[in-house]
Structures are given as structure tokens and as C-alpha cells.
Design a protein around this ligand. Sequence first.
Ligand SMILES: C[S@@+](CC[C@H](N)C(=O)[O-])C[C@H]1O[C@@H](n2cnc3c(N)ncnc32)[C@H](O)[C@@H]1O
Ligand code: SF4
Length: 408
Amino acid sequence: MTYDMTKVQSLYIHFPFCKSFCNYCDFYKIPLSFNHHRSIFSEFHQYLNNSFLKVMDSQALSADFGGIEINNLQTLYIGGGSPSLWGSSGAEFIKKFLTKNQITFDKDYEFTLEVSPSINSNSTLYGTLDGSLDGCLDCWRDVGVNRISVGIQTINSEVFSLLDRKHTIEDTFILLDYLRNNNWNYSLDFMIGLPSYNNKDRDIVCELSTVNSYNPSHYSVYIFSPKDKEYPLHLREKIPDEDAVCEEYLMAASYLKSEGFIHYEVSNFAKINKESKHNQRYWKNNESYLALGPSSCGFLTDGRGTKGVRYSFAHDLLNINFDIDLLGKKELLLEKIYLSLRTNRGIDALAVMPIANKEEQINLEKNFELWKNNGLLESEFPQIKLSAKGFLLLDSIMDDLFKCLQSL
Ligand SMILES: C[S@@+](CC[C@H](N)C(=O)[O-])C[C@H]1O[C@@H](n2cnc3c(N)ncnc32)[C@H](O)[C@@H]1O
Ligand code: SF4
């Protein structure tokens, strides 16, 4: 059987370098040595070019999909690490990479760059930093970046001091000023449930309302979870208990809602039409996307829920290797249910019903009543859409749901 080529319109690039490491970070990252950044970047550029060829030529990856065609990008996302440290050399690389591979943008494309307040640390407003490494944002705008995502985490100085980040809160405000004054469309990351000397140290609503005056179009609010076993015990002991974190999450969600933000995914809030297009493609689970960079993860699908393949690059800049997971109908369906429940689209229980047996259907309806009575839903049967409280209990709802669908 022959297949049409698989069209891909989303690309993620992982920039794995950071100037220094934050004490809670579990992401794959490599320290960026300022003296050698030119040679490190040139190695990284070679890695990206070679890994792109490897993905495009991989029989194991695309045999079932008739090959891969990537063009007319709807979304491009450069995440990290600290991609803003890539500076003008990164912007130049991306420009050449897209031209060389004949990749153009769709007319309504979204191109996001993650930016750290630390690029400002020499206070030369996004010009040359250290006379060599630069954090130039205007040159990214020139190659098409039209959305910025900033890791703020907190603007409470006591709480901030326990995160061991290498920029200052003042840097954060200088960056916010710059973004507002230069009309950037941008998103802010906050973390809640952060360690603090005293649980009452932090007022998340006050923090959000302070930064909201800078006019961001989007927020991501993540529950702090230091997975690394080496995260210091004395800090772990300062993490608030589960009830306090739930309360903080619900307060943040309710404040952002009152300011006109739509709670469109467990951790994400956007003004109308400012949802992250890139992440929405992940959550739909029926669109292919490519990923490049160590520890990044791409996905190819036939878009009909019958066949999929996920690949993850090894944590190694010197050897380009990726693991491949083949996904069948059942895995794709379970993933789709999980990812849809993460969003305000939810799922249609009737679409799931025909594949459940009679007993499972009865259980599903009973569970629905229970969830509804506990304030976990914002919908009437057969729609299953979670409320903010439901998002907090997503994992246990998924457990209930999977128990109902044992025969799948
Ligand atoms: C891909 S990370 C990288 C962002 C950037 N390197 C920075 O630190 O600002 C994106 C976001 O994930 C969140 N994050 C990072 N580590 C986390 C952790 N251990 N638990 C919860 N959220 C975390 C932070 O809000 C961060 O801004
Ligand atoms: S800057 Fe971001 S990616 Fe780098 S160590 Fe800190 S949290 Fe991790």
C-alpha cells in the first residue's frame, strides 16, 4: 500500500543551553561557557542540520507515512534551556535553515521564542551583552518571531530568593517594560506552590495583578514540582501542602478569569484568540509536528487516529539518535481522551460510548453524575469539560475513566 506524504506544519526546536542552573530544574540542559559560545553554537548548528536530515530520511520514522513534507509552517517554537541566549547568531541560523530547506510560513503563523529576564543582566537593552554574546530580540523579530514567552515564576523577592535564579526581579520588570513598549505579543510563566519561609509570604493575585498592567496576552501557571532527587531537602520542606497549592491555583484561575482570560488548558490562560497555537496542536493529537534538539520529542500521525509514531532525541549533542514509539489505535485514543480533557474542549462521551460495553457505559454515566455533583465539570452530559477544580483532579478523573473503559 502506498501513502501520500505526511504534511507537517509545526516545528519545535530545543535550545539546551543555560548560563547557570536553577536549583529546581529537571530539564535537559548544558552550561553555556561564555568564552566558548561561538564554537558551542557552531557545533549546535551542525547538530540541528544533521538531525533534520536524519529525521527527514528516517525510514523507520516515516515508512508508514509515505515520507515527510514540511512546509507552510503554522507554528514554530524555540524552547529551552534559555533560547534568548542564542541571540543574533540563532536568528541568522534559523533564517538560513528555513531558506535552505525551503520552509516558508503560513499567513497566520505563530513563531514563539522563550526569553529569560537574564538576557538583560548587563542592562544593554537587548543589544550586545558582554560585547560578544547578545540577547538581541529585534533580530528575532526580523526573522519572524511574533510571540515571546517569559519565565517570570514569581515577583515576590523572598520566594524568588529560594529559586536560585541568576537574574533579578528588577531584570524582570525591565523586560516587561521593553515588551510592552515594543508591542510584543507575549506570555508569562508563573509557578505556584513554591517554597517559602512562611506559607503566607506569597499573594499570587497581587503578583498577577501587578504584571497584568504590562498587558500580556497569555499566562502559563504551573504547579511547582521539583522531580530531581537532588533538590535540597531544606527547600522541599518549605513547599506548601496540597490544600494550600489547590487554593493558590483556584485563586489564580479566578483572578485571571475576572480579567478576561480564558482558562483553556490545565495550566494555560489566554485573551480571546491568543491561545498558544503551537501547544494547541500538541493537545489535539491529530496533527504531526517535528522536533529538533537533544531531549525534544516529535510526533507523526495519519490524522485519522489509526496510526502514530513518536520519536525522542537522546540527551547527547555529539551522537544524533532518537528512540521511536509506535502508537496504535488504542494508544492514540487514550492519549486523545487525556489531552482533550486537559483543555476546555473536553470530550464528547457519546464518541467514547460506542467503544465501551454496556456495563462500562452505565459506569461512565454514574461517574459523570459524581464528578458533576463535586463541581468538577462545567458541562452537561454527554460533554465532559472540566472546571478549574476538575483540572486539579485530572489524574484521578482519568483513573476513573480508564476503569470505565477496561475493554478498550
Ligand atoms: C521550558 S521551561 C523553561 C523556561 C526558562 N528556561 C526559564 O527558566 O525561565 C518553561 C516553564 O516551565 C516551568 N517549570 C520549570 N521547572 C519546573 C518545575 N520543576 N515544576 C513546575 N514548573 C516548572 C517554569 O514556569 C518555566 O518558565
Ligand atoms: S533557566 Fe530554565 S532551563 Fe535553565 S536551569 Fe533555569 S529553569 Fe532550567
